[in-house]
Structure formats: structure tokens, C-alpha cells
Ligand binder design. Structure first.
Ligand code: GLN
Ligand code: MG
Ligand code: MG
Length: 447
């Protein structure tokens, strides 16, 4: 047993923890959990815990359904809240999923990201990310198709009077910090009920785990405050949606490979080629960065979400922004990718972004000129003249782009790629064949 595993066992004993939740993530980005008693952990570390993979979305076909969850002791954290009856705390660890022969499962999103990160490391890079996570707090969570009620009436950066949200953020942040997840900023976002919490940068695998933990913690803390949280990309027709802007940098050892003091954007050739790669593949990775039918309702003009393949410096309508918050500071040079929404699978989204950016570096793609005009205000023909191509406008278009892609089967692995396309085709077909309240409201009285 190694030192980390020993540390886990000792902590469980010292803190009298009776349940350890083993967490992993399915292909669509849902958190799964199996609880084990501490006595089982030694075995779990050496052999893993067996489960029926065919019951997990995207994991296995029935005839090969035996799978094994192997806890990663470096992710051990005590869940910093008591059971409702004041009982002892429990703890969690993220798992890697293996086949019975011990080889990693191709269906495990964590493994997909691990594979991409080892490609980055073969090229000499470590990848750091920090997400700005937006979500809504709601007074209720109706499931009958009616519009929810936001938990407050605040707007961008509002303080005071919105007592619920203020307490909520403090509790959520304390809980996250107690689990080793550092929070950099938090504030009220533009829409009523909308919040944003930005996490301090970490390596991409740790951050994908952190995002999963974040969603769980935020939903739990919301319940304790008498409200509900949702990461749905666009719950309100007339309000902006919830993005997960993601700041990315690549380091070579201690050196930020994206920094160049001489460049007007302080962006190195490596940084530029990375952005060029992300733009080159933006349409084909869209089904992964924006994976739900609802995701495409967010990507519309006028709500600070991108609609075209473009980059810029201060431009908040661009897909990639090169922020200039701390000029001259090499360690903080990064690029902000603004397409991702808060309901993506973070392991897969980071994988495809990294795959696209690394391809840009490998092939030496050229960065087009920056978009300094406000793209939302341009007409379609002006956009075409300026050379901005449209992002997919719905999940169907995004899937068509994904089907043509050579990058995605390589980045996701054939298993996840095929499952994802099959699953999402069904979602799109169900959605496009449904008659909506909009049609009933506008067409029924008229036709
Ligand atoms: N909510 C916007 C989006 O969907 C972002 C708003 C902002 O952070 N400036 O991306
Ligand atoms: Mg924001
Ligand atoms: Mg941002």
C-alpha cells in the first residue's frame, strides 16, 4: 500500500468515518456514487469495486458489463457536512474505471482526459485551467414545463438586499474551500437568480474533478438555503444563459508557454497556434462543449455568449478572448474560451479543447486577425464579409459537424465518440419532433 492510501485509511479511522463514497462520471457528465465501508477500502485500492457497467450511461454493452472502480487516493476528501441526523461525516474519492483484466475503460471520461493529458505531456506541456461557473438559484424546480421562479431579483455584481444569494455564496464557498477547492471570485451575474463562482486554476484533471464536486456541493448547499440550483445552460427565454468560460494555459516546466512580452497581446507563437487550433475545430467540438438541445439557446446574439468562430482581446462576443488583466505578468497569460456551458462534461470538454489546441500547435495553424468589432451588431452578410463563420445553431448541426470530424474519434476514442453520437441523435430527434408551447401560442390561433 502506498503512502496516500495509508493516509486515507488513517484519516477514516481517526475521524470515525463510516462511509466512503466512490465517485465517477458517466459519458453525459452525471456524477455516480457507490458507498463502501472503510473495511472494504484496502481491497478497493488493490482490486477495485466491481459494478454493472451496462447500467451506466455510455459505459458498456451488456455482454462486457463487468467493470471495476478503482479509487484514486489523491482525490480523498472528507465531505464537510454532517448527515441530517447529526451523524458522522462521510468522505469521497474519485475513481478510475477499469475492465476486469485491469486495463483502463475506454468509456471512462476521466480516462479520456488522462489520455489527452499524456499526449500534452509528450509534447512537453502541462495544462492548467480555471473555470468561471455560472448557474441559477431558483425558488422552485418545476418539472411540468412551466418557467421556474428565480430566487432573487439581483443583477450583475449586486450586493445586499438579496439575502438568500449572499448567504448561499458564503456557505457554498466555505464548503468548497473545506474540500480543498479554492475559490477566486464570486458575484451575482446578470440575470435574476444567476450566480457566478470562479475557481482558482489547477491542472486539468484536478479541475474536471473539482467541477463535478462543485456542481454537487452547489446543489446541496442550495437545498440547505431553501432554494434550488440549476446548471441548465438557458432556463429563461428572456435572460442570458449560464456559461462556463474556461481560461487555459500551457506550461513547459515553470515557464508559461503562452507568454511573450514582445507581442501586442502578450501571446507567444505557441499560444497563437493553440487558439488557432481551437478556432479551426470549434464547430466539430461544439457538440461536446455544448451538449444539450438547450445549449444552443444560449449561443445567441446579445447575451455575451459567442455566436461565431472568432477571437479578440476585449471582445466579449468572441469565442476566444485574450484577457489583459495583469499585463507583463508571465504566469497569468492565458486564453479564455467562452463557448463552454455549465452543463458540459468537464472531462470530455477539456479533452476536446486540448486536442484542438495541440493540433493547432503541431500543425502550426495561423491565427486570423482579431475581431475588434462587436460581432453581435453585424448583419449576417457583414459577418460573412468579415470572414466569421457561424457556430452550429442547434444540436443537430453540431452533430453533423461532429460526424465529419477526424479529430473527435481520436480525442474521445471510438467508443465514447460512437456512444455520444448515437445518444445525442436520439435527444435531437426527440426534441425536433416535439410540438412546443411557442408553436401552440403563435401558430395555433393563426392557422
Ligand atoms: N452569461 C454569459 C454567457 O452565457 C456570460 C456573461 C459574462 O460573464 N460576461 O456566456
Ligand atoms: Mg460571467
Ligand atoms: Mg469570462
Amino acid at each position: 500500500m502506498d503512502r496516500q492510501q495509508e493516509f486515507v485509511l488513517r484519516t477514516l479511522e481517526e475521524r470515525d468515518i463510516r462511509f466512503v463514497r466512490l465517485w465517477f462520471t458517466d459519458v453525459l457528465g452525471f456524477l455516480k456514487s457507490v458507498a463502501v465501508a472503510p473495511a472494504e477500502l484496502e481491497g478497493a485500492f488493490s482490486e477495485g469495486i466491481g459494478f454493472d457497467g451496462s447500467a451506466i450511461e455510455g459505459f458498456a454493452r451488456v455482454y462486457e458489463s463487468d467493470m471495476v472502480a478503482k479509487p484514486d487516493p489523491s482525490t480523498f476528501q472528507v465531505l464537510p457536512w454532517e448527515t441530517p441526523d447529526g451523524g458522522p461525516y462521510s468522505a469521497r474519492m474519485f475513481c478510475d474505471i477499469a475492465m476486469p483484466d485491469g486495463s483502463p475503460s475506454w468509456a471512462d471520461p476521466r480516462h479520456v482526459l488522462r489520455r489527452q493529458l499524456s499526449k500534452a505531456s509528450e509534447a512537453g506541456f502541462t495544462c492548467y485551467v480555471h473555470p468561471e461557473i455560472e448557474f441559477f438559484l431558483l425558488a422552485n424546480l418545476p418539472d411540468d414545463g412551466s418557467e421556474p421562479e428565480p430566487a432573487d431579483n439581483g443583477g450583475y455584481f449586486d450586493q445586499a438586499s438579496h439575502a438568500t444569494a449572499t448567504h448561499f455564496r458564503r456557505h457554498a464557498i466555505e464548503t468548497l474551500e473545506a474540500m480543498g477547492i479554492s475559490v477566486e471570485f464570486s458575484h451575482h451575474e446578470g440575470a435574476p437568480g444567476q450566480q457566478e463562482i470562479d475557481l482558482r486554476y489547477a491542472d486539468a484533471l484536478t479541475m474536471a474533478d473539482n467541477v463535478m464536486t462543485f456542481r454537487y456541493v452547489v446543489k446541496e448547499v442550495a437545498l440547505t438555503q431553501g432554494v434550488r440550483a440549476t446548471f441548465m445552460p438557458k432556463p429563461f427565454t428572456d435572460q442570458p444563459g449560464s456559461g462556463m468560460h474556461t481560461h487555459v494555459s500551457l506550461f513547459e516546466g515553470d515557464r508559461n508557454a503562452f507568454y511573450d512580452a514582445e507581442d501586442p497581446h502578450e501571446l507567444s507563437e505557441t499560444g497563437k497556434a493553440f487558439v488557432a487550433g481551437v478556432l479551426h475545430y470549434a464547430k466539430e467540438i461544439s457538440a461536446v462543449t455544448n451538449q444539450w438541445v438547450n445549449s444552443y439557446k444560449r449561443l445567441i446574439s446579445g447575451s455575451e455568449a459567442p455566436t461565431t468562430v472568432s477571437w479578440g482581446r476585449a471582445n466579449r462576443s468572441a469565442l476566444v478572448r485574450v484577457p489583459m488583466y495583469s499585463p507583463g505578468k508571465a504566469s497569468s497569460r492565458r486564453v479564455e474560451i467562452r463557448t463552454l456551458d455549465s452543463a458540459c462534461n468537464p472531462y470530455l470538454a477539456y479533452s476536446v479543447i486540448l486536442a484542438a489546441g495541440l493540433k493547432g500547435i503541431e500543425k502550426g495553424y495561423e491565427l486570423p486577425p482579431p475581431a475588434e468589432d462587436n460581432i453581435w451588431q453585424l448583419s449576417d452578410s457583414e459577418r460573412r464579409a468579415a470572414g466569421y463563420s457561424q457556430l452550429p445553431q442547434n444540436l443537430g448541426e453540431a452533430l453533423a459537424e461532429m460526424e465529419k470530424s477526424e479529430l473527435l474519434p481520436e480525442a474521445l476514442g471510438e467508443h465514447v465518440y460512437d456512444f455520444f453520437l448515437r445518444n445525442k441523435r436520439v435527444e435531437w430527434d426527440n426534441y425536433r419532433s416535439a410540438v412546443t408551447p411557442y408553436e401552440l401560442r403563435t401558430l395555433l390561433p393563426m392557422l
